[in-house]
Design a protein around this ligand. Structure first.
Ligand SMILES: CC(=O)SCCNC(=O)CCNC(=O)[C@H](O)C(C)(C)COP(=O)(O)OP(=O)(O)OC[C@H]1O[C@@H](n2cnc3c(N)ncnc32)[C@H](O)[C@@H]1OP(=O)(O)O
Length: 163
């Protein structure tokens, strides 16, 4: 079996009237909830453990989603640490009567697998094989570097806010 066979999952469903915002499109908060669900499913599937969201970043709302659209979320493992999984979630939507698919949203999340006592749990390593997974892996590593720089910046800023 392909060692990365569990590295991605897809969720598909219709956007419902209860998902709508005051402007008539799907509420951004609902899209974020779906992204978290897709990321969680991918992380739990890979680790065979309960996982928590440790980080959500770089969410891009590129196009709106309308009520009645067929929504597709693809969650793909990008990189694994000792206990963490970096996951890319891409959201596409289309009117089910059309074939034209819109790339609506993208986000990167980090999930951590937990053992039964709630402590971070060692997980199996992800080895990128295809060109696509190598590209995702390189991007995840670049994002880790950028987050480290951002954390240094925000810590020095926050220390000036304490007074
Ligand atoms: C399913 C849900 O939606 S859960 C609801 C929202 N999420 C939560 O409530 C989680 C709250 N946070 C926590 O419980 C803790 O901070 C945890 C479990 C995520 C991490 O616990 P820590 O004590 O920091 O553990 P530790 O320092 O060992 O880090 C564990 C891993 O998390 C990673 N991690 C922790 N915080 C972050 C972060 N902000 N960004 C990216 N990675 C992080 C670490 O790099 C480490 O990865 P590695 O083992 O692959 O090297």
């Amino acid at each position: 079996m392909n060692q990365n066979a569990d590295a991605d999952i897809t969720l598909r469903f219709l956007a419902e009237p209860s998902d709508v915002n005051f402007g008539g499109n799907v509420h951004g908060g609902n899209v974020m909830k779906w992204i978290d669900h897709a990321g969680y499913t991918c992380a739990a599937n890979w680790s065979s453990a309960y996982c928590v969201t440790a980080y959500v970043g770089g969410i891009r709302f590129l196009k709106p989603i309308s009520v009645g659209d067929l929504v597709e979320l693809k969650a793909e493992l990008m990189h694994t640490g000792r206990t963490s999984m970096h996951i890319s979630v891409s959201v596409h939507a289309r009117n089910p009567r059309d074939r034209e698919r819109r790339f609506t949203t993208h986000c990167i999340l980090v999930f951590v697998a937990l053992d039964d006592s709630g402590k971070p749990l060692r997980i199996r390593d992800f080895e990128p094989v295809t060109e696509h997974s190598k590209r995702l892996n390189a991007y995840a590593k670049r994002m880790i570097e950028l987050r480290e720089q951002l954390q240094t910046e925000s810590q020095s800023f926050l220390s000036t806010m304490e007074a």
